[in-house]
Design a protein. Structure first.
Length: 221
């Protein structure tokens, strides 16, 4: 039901977007107020698209296509998409990726979406000149692969930590509050766990613990 509703909403929305893009191309003929109006319409279409993807379209089960894959490769791919956003905000992203971690059962698109959501939040939390660090390593006690994304941004109040995974909880003026809820659902399907530590005014670290893989011979090269 949700998937077909998503499909039915997407069709007219694509038509709307095409037509708005067409109007946008004849940009020179528009006065400033009309341009502003057009740009607000386009932003709203993107927002509806995002809401469909993150809620209704969730019926696509990402666990159906789990494949042993390289977490490090997916992180590098995420940075290709995301690097410029961080640069624009003058936030530096550094990497400490452990080479000797086993491949883990992943769905590439789901893993990308999780990493992009966490990077987005980390960069949003930073002031200009802030730092985000992305690490992969094996847990000392049991060899679980861990992905850690840390920032030295605003941090989260102790009283708010319990709310941040709730759908529609946001502290941002233009946030939808869906990013972490989506991450949690996607990680559930990968049998991975997400935890965090945060200190107001100091920064936040998110930890994702992936399940132990049984395919030990597949290592990063
Ligand atoms: N790294 C972080 N540092 C500080 N606060 C954070 C961090 N990550 C998440 N939060 C808090 O958790 C809230 C919820 O995050 P979530 O990603 O679910 O939604 P959002 O970022 O507000 O909106 P969007 O749906 O666009 O992602 C944020 O609004 C913010 O208050
Ligand atoms: Mg977010």
């Amino acid at each position: 039901m949700a998937a077909s509703l998503a499909h039915e909403i997407r069709n007219p929305l694509s038509a709307l977007k095409l037509n708005l893009n067409f109007l946008n191309m004849s940009d020179e003929q528009l006065d400033d107020d009309s341009k502003e109006c057009l740009s607000a319409c386009m932003e709203s279409v993107d927002r509806i698209n995002y809401l469909i993807e993150t809620t209704l379209d969730f019926s696509r089960k990402s666990s159906e296509n789990l494949m042993q894959d390289s977490l490090n490769d997916i992180i590098l791919k995420a940075l290709e998409f995301f690097g410029n956003n961080a640069k624009r905000k003058c936030v530096e992203i550094s990497l400490n990726l452990e080479e000797k971690i086993p491949h883990i059962p992943l769905n590439r698109n789901a893993a990308l979406q999780i990493i992009l959501n966490l990077l987005n939040n980390a960069v949003d939390a930073c002031y200009e000149g802030g730092k985000v660090n992305v690490k992969t390593y094996k847990a000392v006690e049991n060899n679980n692969v861990i992905l850690e994304i840390g920032d030295n941004g605003v941090g989260i109040k102790d009283t708010e930590i319990e709310n941040i995974f709730d759908d529609f909880y946001t502290s941002k003026r233009t946030g939808t509050g869906l990013g972490l809820g989506v991450c949690k659902r996607l990680l559930n399907e990968l049998n991975a766990e997400i935890t965090l530590t945060s200190k107001e005014g100091i920064g936040t670290n998110f930890f994702i613990k992936f399940p132990l893989t049984t395919v030990e011979e597949l290592y990063e090269t």
